[in-house]
Design a protein. Structure first.
Ligand SMILES: [Fe+2]
Length: 307
C-alpha cells in the first residue's frame, strides 16, 4: 500500500462463447451477474465484493486475459502513478470514466512481462450481494455452484521477471512475498502482494510474453474446495489438478478450465504477508513440492496449458 495501490479491482477475460462462459462463471463458480454494456461485455462479481464488478467477460476469437486492474487510493495518486509509470518506461494509455460501466478513469500500461495492467481510483460500490450493509447476515441465500466469494489473484507467465519485479515494487509499492530460485540463484517465479494476502499477482518465467495461467477465486473452507471438485465432476467440467495443497503460499486448491480453455482456480487458506516479512524462498529442485505439496511432482499440462 506504500505507493497508494490498495488491492486488485478487476480482470477482463476473453471467452469464445459468452453463453457457455456464463454457465461456467455464474452457474458453476457462483459469480453474480451485475450488468452488461453496449459492447456486449458482461460484468460479474463474487458475493462478498463491495465494488460493482470484479470480472468482465468479453467475447473474442482467442481466450486469455485482456488486463488486470488495481484500485488506488485517490485520483491524485492515479495521476502521480501514471507519470511514474511513464518515467519507468511504460507506454501509458488513458481510458475515460465509464469505458468500463461504473468505473472511473483508468490508466493502462504494459509491464515488461508483456501483460497489460490498469489502475483506477473510483468504482461504484454496490456492497456485498444479498446481505444488508447494516447488521449483515453471514451469507446470502440463493448463491449458486461453488459460491465463490471474491476474485483473488492471477498467475501470469511471461518474460523479463527482474524488470517486472522492479516495476511492481519500486513504482507500485508491491512486496515480494514468495519466490522460486533456480540452481544459479536466478528468480524463476515471483509472488507479489500489495496487502496482507500471500499474493495479488504472480509471475512465472516463460519464453513467450503476456501469457495467462489462471484467475483465482476465494472459497471459505476446505469443505468448499471438495464441494467444488464434486461440482466439476457433476458438470463435466475439464479438471486440471486437485483438490490438493500448494507448497508456495500453502493454499488448498483445485484447478479447472472454463469452456474457452482459460484456467481457473478456487482455493481456501494460505499464508499471510506483512510488509516487513522477508520473501519465502523455494528452490527449483523442490519445484514439484512447491507447486503440488502432496504429489511432489509437476503435471505437464499445468506448466504448458496457457491462454
Ligand atoms: Fe493461484
Amino acid at each position: 500500500m506504500k505507493k497508494g495501490v490498495i488491492r486488485p479491482g478487476h480482470i477482463q477475460l476473453r471467452v469464445l462463447d459468452l453463453q457457455a462462459a456464463l454457465r461456467h462463471y455464474v452457474d458453476l463458480l457462483g459469480l453474480i451477474e451485475m450488468g452488461r454494456d453496449e459492447q456486449g461485455r458482461v460484468y460479474l462479481k463474487g458475493w462478498t465484493e463491495i465494488d460493482r464488478f470484479s470480472v468482465v467477460l468479453r467475447q473474442a476469437d482467442e481466450p486469455g486475459m485482456d488486463f488486470l486492474g488495481f484500485k488506488v487510493v485517490d485520483d491524485a495518486t492515479l495521476g502521480r502513478l501514471g507519470e511514474e509509470l511513464a518515467a519507468f518506461g511504460c507506454q501509458v494509455e488513458n481510458l475515460p470514466a465509464g469505458e468500463l460501466k461504473g468505473c472511473g478513469r483508468r490508466i493502462r500500461f504494459e509491464a515488461p512481462s508483456g501483460h497489460f495492467f490498469e489502475l483506477f481510483a473510483e468504482k461504484e460500490q454496490t456492497g456485498k450481494w444479498g446481505v444488508s450493509e447494516v447488521n449483515p447476515e453471514a451469507w446470502p441465500r440463493g448463491l449458486q455452484g461453488m459460491k465463490a466469494t471474491r476474485f483473488d489473484h492471477c498467475l501470469l507467465y511471461g518474460v523479463e521477471l527482474p524488470e517486472t519485479l522492479r516495476l511492481f515494487t519500486e513504482v507500485l509499492g508491491f512486496s515480494l512475498a514468495e519466490q522460486v530460485l533456480d540452481d544459479a540463484g536466478r528468480r524463476v517465479a515471483q509472488f507479489l502482494t500489495v496487502g496482507m494476502k500471500a499474493h495479488d499477482v504472480a509471475f512465472i518465467e516463460h519464453p513467450e510474453k503476456g501469457r495467462f495461467h489462471h484467475a483465482s477465486f476465494f472459497l471459505e473452507t476446505w469443505e468448499d474446495v471438495l464441494r467444488a471438485a464434486d461440482l466439476i465432476s457433476m458438470s463435466d467440467t475439464s479438471l486440471d489438478i486437485g483438490p490438493t495443497r500448494h507448497g508456495l503460499t500453502h493454499g488448498k486448491t483445485i484447478y479447472f478450465f472454463d469452456p474457452s480453455g482459460n484456467r481457473n482456480e478456487v482455493f481456501c487458506g494460505g499464508d499471510y504477508h506483512y510488509p516487513d516479512h522477508p520473501p519465502v524462498t523455494w528452490t527449483a529442485d523442490q519445484l514439484g513440492k512447491a507447486i503440488f505439496y502432496h504429489d511432489r511432482q509437476l503435471n505437464e499440462r499445468f506448466l504448458t496449458a496457457l491462454t
